[in-house]
Design a protein around this ligand. Structure first.
Ligand code: FMN
Length: 355
């Protein structure tokens, strides 16, 4: 019998050769948001390495939505055209190209991690940041400008336009980034959203903007293509903030709007929170959301072993596995996992003599 990790998966009209998905990973290597040789090689290597889906890093829908000035973007046609070469190559390797659409909100305007990583003020090439409320992320972050309703509406349009470009660039899956303390998560969490208008206060109001974005994006996507959403299932701040119960409600609403899979992460909204990081620590959230909201989920976070990944699927705790750092260490992780689990290994013809 085929291992679960290598069993076929079809979501809408898109078939995935296996359930190993490349988790989105910022490369901090773009100039003006445009993909280049680095992104081609990095993403291409993981498609050739056998992943079922290769997701491009958090790509900003507007320039101010970048975490750092070196993030990828999808706010103009030049970026779209340069992505085409990458999506073509990913498809040629039998994988599915995906893109994560993002806006960093109050966590925008930073340096690259390896040149400091901190907030970059305007004088040093940074920009003004926006958020649901004028509350800084941390002591060394800027005070954001509170978004007006017009500003929110303009961002809904920007998400829709970024979706259109992503589709023209050849992406077959779109993921909305609602996790890790970035803009859409900032609206969801009471830690960062103190608004008193229709976008703040009750859960219904805090979900309003993320759901408006989802609706606008789904409307543009053809029925045959899947839409994913990455969430932080909890802020890890017991008794306050965002938690699993609210996540389940959000996922029920996302499902109604035509979202196909929830990519379940956690944390990121405030500093200084204790997170029990250990192997598989976020898997229980994927399991609960799958059961309670009745939607496909992806498990992510400190999953490194083929056997562990297989067990998550066998025990029906999630439907897919997103891997980040394990795939940085070994782009051929899927090939090696297939050999270990006794499945047909997705080895490119050019590399057959190595095995
Ligand atoms: C270099 C790097 C960049 C990342 N960039 C993103 C990103 O663009 N979007 C996102 O949602 N998560 C991002 N993450 C988080 C990963 O997608 C993943 O959720 C996290 O690393 C946990 O999975 P892992 O234990 O397999 O690495 C990044 C992680 C790393 C290591």
């Amino acid at each position: 019998m085929k291992p679960h990790l290598f069993s076929d998966l079809k979501i809408r009209e898109i078939s995935f050769r296996n359930r190993i998905f490349v988790s989105p990973m910022c490369q901090y290597s773009a100039y003006e948001g445009v993909p280049n040789e680095w992104h081609f090689v990095h993403l291409g290597a993981r498609a050739a390495g056998g992943a079922g889906m290769v997701m491009v890093e958090a790509s900003a829908i507007v320039p101010e939505g970048r975490i750092s000035y070196a993030d990828l973007g999808i706010w103009n046609d030049h970026q779209m055209e340069e992505f085409k070469r990458i999506t073509d190559f990913i498809k040629s390797q039998g994988s599915v190209p995906a893109i994560q659409l993002a806006h960093a909100g109050r966590k925008a305007s930073t340096d690259k991690p390896w040149t400091g990583g901190g907030y970059l003020p305007k004088a040093k090439g940074g920009w003004d940041v926006v958020a649901p409320s004028a509350l800084a992320f941390s002591e060394d972050s800027p005070e954001p400008v509170e978004l007006t309703s017009e500003g929110i509406q303009a961002l809904v349009t920007a998400y829709a336009e970024a979706t259109e470009r992503s589709l023209k660039a050849g992406f077959e899956v779109i993921e909305l980034h609602m996790a890790h303390g970035y803009l859409l998560h900032q609206f969801l969490s009471p830690h960062s959203n103190k608004r008193s208008d229709e976008f703040g206060g009750s859960l219904e109001n805090r979900m309003r903007f993320p759901l408006m974005v989802t609706q606008a994006v789904r409307k543009i996507m053809p029925d045959k293509l899947p839409l994913f959403v990455r969430i932080s299932a909890t802020d890890w701040t017991e008794g306050e903030g965002w938690d699993l119960e609210q996540s389940v409600k959000l996922c029920e609403e996302l499902k109604k709007l035509g979202v196909d899979l929830i990519d379940v992460s956690s944390g990121g909204i405030i500093r200084g929170v204790k997170i029990p990081t250990e192997p598989l620590y976020q898997v229980p959230f994927a399991e609960e959301i799958k059961k309670q909201a009745g939607i496909l989920t992806g498990a992510v976070g400190l999953i490194t072993q083929a056997q562990e990944a297989e067990e998550i699927l066998v025990c029906d705790k999630a439907d897919t596995i997103f891997l980040a750092r394990a795939l940085l260490r070994d782009p051929n992780w899927p090939i090696h996992a297939a050999l270990e689990l006794g499945a047909d290994a997705p080895i490119p013809n050019q590399y057959l003599r190595a095995y």
